[in-house]
Design a protein around this ligand. Structure first.
Ligand SMILES: *Cc1c(COP(=O)(O)O)cnc(C)c1O
Length: 422
């Protein structure tokens, strides 16, 4: 905006005031720039070579030669893209190959890709929910779920939303119970032949700030009891959790091929990202029953009005999945590295949250302290990010250490040495 007649435009004044508040409050983010590929070691502009412990490159596939080659080849074979949305002329063969690979990986009937998991979540709820439905969501769910649920309730008036205390099954039961009674009241004065409302329960598989996991078998039992649909965003679990890296549901004995239930039941609908363990470029997906995918193709606004995942990414992500399935030792190595890192960090006297995931939050309480520690670590050649208020509640600031199969024990030792110097 431009100032006219020496008057500051109201937007300029407001924006400058907000930015000043962030700067003074120590909440202003300074983005680091990498001068080479993501890997166990990266080159950070202004800091040189650093050990990277803040990426979601859990399996070390972001810079894998086969993953790179698959992307390069796709660019040569297909060009940059279709310059079209998918329902017009926007799907290449590799999109279909990737979607079949994703469905097989998580054990669903079908899958559909999006340019991000953010988009995938924004496709799921506004498309699948109808007025009268209720969405019940964990309070620590990812921002993309929160916004997707809000969007559903705005796009379709009469979609209800409620939040339960993090990982608290009795709170979830209470919400299911309340929803069931409300539905019974509504049904008593509904028009004859009116459709019955659907209850949706949505959770992260692995929670990104705590590094803890949802109790999916228990949630499945509750969903069965109340006839609810279970939706799991496993962005931090895919490639990480479970014996062969299929996700948090595999870790909890809920994996079976083609949408069948595992020993502890099944997840109805998965969402996830290709921007973490599965190559790390970008992209997201929904995997689930064929009718869910069909509805998303027919009615999802992010699919009808936005282009497909770039074909280079479709090919590099499909290759990443191929490597994951072919080399389960990567998942085993990640598990081993994570256990090793947790033990060493604890031995160094820090409080690290216990869990089976590759996210190791070191609790330091104070936001300014977390930010100062991460700055000092970078000077010591270790790239770890500090998170404070408002990303996590006041007093719960932390350094979030993320482990990768690409790390060596020696590199983890160097992380711990740097932590000791703080
Ligand atoms: C990272 C993350 C996302 C966002 O994924 P994008 O593909 O980058 O949009 C969504 N949900 C969860 C749970 C995540 O951890």
């Amino acid at each position: 905006m431009t100032a006219t007649q020496a008057q500051v435009h109201p937007f300029d004044a407001r924006a400058d005031a907000l930015l000043a508040t962030l700067r003074h409050g120590g909440q202003y983010k300074h983005l680091q720039t990498l001068e080479g590929p993501m890997d166990a070691e990266v080159t950070v502009r202004g800091y040189g070579r650093c050990l990277c412990f803040c990426s979601n490159n859990y399996l070390g596939l972001a810079n894998h030669p086969e993953v790179i080659e698959a992307g390069v080849r796709a660019l040569r074979d297909y060009g940059a893209g279709t310059a079209s949305v998918r329902f017009i002329c926007g799907t290449f063969g590799p999109h279909e190959t990737l979607e079949a690979a994703i469905a097989d990986l998580v054990g669903a009937e079908a899958a559909y890709t999006f340019v991000s998991c953010w988009n995938a979540n924004e496709a799921v709820f506004p498309t699948l929910c109808e007025p009268g439905d209720t969405i019940i969501s964990d309070e620590l769910n990812h921002a993309s779920i929160i916004d997707a649920v809000r969007l559903a309730s705005v796009i379709k008036k009469g979609v209800n939303k409620t939040v339960y205390k993090h990982n608290d099954l009795s709170a979830l039961r209470h919400q299911l119970e309340t929803t069931a009674s409300q539905n019974a009241v509504n049904a008593s004065h509904a028009a004859p032949g009116a459709g019955r409302p659907v209850t949706w329960v949505v959770t992260d598989g692995v929670f990104s700030m705590e590094g803890d996991i949802a109790d999916l078998p228990a949630m499945r039992r509750l969903c069965d009891e109340y006839g609810a649909v279970l939706v799991v965003d496993d962005s931090h679990g895919t490639g990480v959790m479970g014996h062969t890296g299929r996700g948090t549901h595999e870790h909890q004995h809920m994996f079976a091929p083609h949408g069948k239930p595992g020993p502890h039941g099944r997840v109805d609908v998965f969402t996830g990202t290709l921007g973490k363990a599965l190559g790390g470029a970008a992209g997201g997906y929904v995997a689930g029953p064929r009718r869910v995918i069909e509805l998303l193709v027919q009615r999802g606004r992010p699919t009808l009005f936005s282009n497909a995942l770039p074909v280079t990414v479709a090919c590099s992500a499909a290759k990443a999945i191929e490597v994951l399935v072919r080399e389960p030792q990567r998942v085993a190595r990640l598990r081993d590295n994570t256990a090793y890192a947790r033990r060493r960090i604890r031995e160094a006297g820090f409080t690290v949250v216990e869990s089976p995931t590759a996210i190791c939050p070191i609790i330091v309480h104070d936001t300014a302290k977390a930010i100062a520690m991460s700055k000092r670590l970078l000077e010591l050649g270790v790239f770890v990010i500090g998170f404070g208020y408002p990303v996590v509640p006041e007093g719960h600031a932390r350094l979030r250490v993320q482990i990768s199969a690409a790390h060596s024990h020696d590199q983890i030792d160097r992380l711990v040495d740097a932590l000791r110097k703080l």
